[in-house]
Design a protein around this ligand. Structure first.
Ligand code: ZN
Length: 255
């Protein structure tokens, strides 16, 4: 038991380091910045961050979420994104069926973390991320599931579903989200992809509604949807994988 805990802690930290890197990629590349130089700095006063400022999640807690020089708040999404990828790596490991599947899931989480950052900073999910990812995840999923059709239906179904929502919403649901669902669909398959989207919409409506009602965000302010897509995938993949069947059977008395 203690060993399992240590392994989980180690995997969480490794995932959080990748989460930190994915956040940097999603913050900088869409703005045309290098991911190598300059080093990370405070967004407010420009203080160059030292190595101990950059330990994922831990530094944020030790610094109490503030810059050491100007005391400006460090955006909460940084430790949250790091913890999200760290937690997803741990969950992927404990739900594993093969090494290839774990690598594929962790890869998907990396891509989603980049997309979350890009959606926050530039309000887009870029094509350079979504198109190559879709190809890579299709191949990985076909190898892991030993089926060329299973990921193809997921990829096509995921994209078609969001594309229809994109048309019905008059463009409020972005095409970038639909392209991200190419990868999600390839990895999860059609059924879990549809379920993940339902969870994303539900969480988006509830959390977005609460944030608007409490004045945390303005009435017409853009709310990035990719974080809810990621939470929807967590719910469908790890928390309630059979929820639609359960609902249809136990609540509606069908199936
Ligand atoms: Zn500062």
């Amino acid at each position: 038991m203690a060993l399992q805990g240590l392994v989980s802690l180690y995997l969480f930290f490794v995932g959080a380091v990748f989460g930190s890197f994915a956040t940097l990629v999603g913050d900088r590349i869409p703005s045309g910045q290098s991911i190598v130089r300059p080093g990370s700095s405070c967004n407010h006063c420009g203080l160059r961050l030292r190595t101990w400022h950059l330990v994922p999640v831990v530094s944020f807690v030790v610094l109490q979420g503030r810059c050491t020089a100007c005391r400006a708040f460090i955006p909460m999404r940084y430790p949250v994104q790091e913890a999200l990828l760290g937690g997803a790596v741990v969950l992927s490991f404990w739900h594993r069926e093969s090494v290839l599947q774990v690598l594929m899931w962790c890869g998907l989480w990396f891509v989603m973390t980049v997309a979350i950052s890009s959606d926050f900073t530039k309000l887009i999910v870029p094509n350079w991320l979504t198109y190559p990812s879709a190809g890579v995840f299709y191949i990985l999923s076909a190898l892991a599931s030993r089926s060329f059709l299973h990921p193809l239906f997921g990829l096509g179904g995921g994209f078609a579903m969001i594309f229809i929502v994109h048309l019905l919403s008059g463009g409020k649901m972005g095409l970038g989200d639909a392209k991200l669902y190419l990868s999600i669909g390839a990895v999860l398959g059609v059924a879990l992809t549809v379920e993940s989207f339902l969870f994303a919409c539900l969480l988006g409506a509830v959390i977005g509604g609460v944030l608007r009602l409490t004045g945390q965000i303005a009435r017409k302010q853009y709310v990035p949807f990719v974080p809810f897509i990621a939470l929807g995938v967590i719910c469908a993949q790890f928390v309630f994988p059979g929820f639609p069947q359960w609902y249809l059977h136990h609540v509606l008395g069908l199936l």
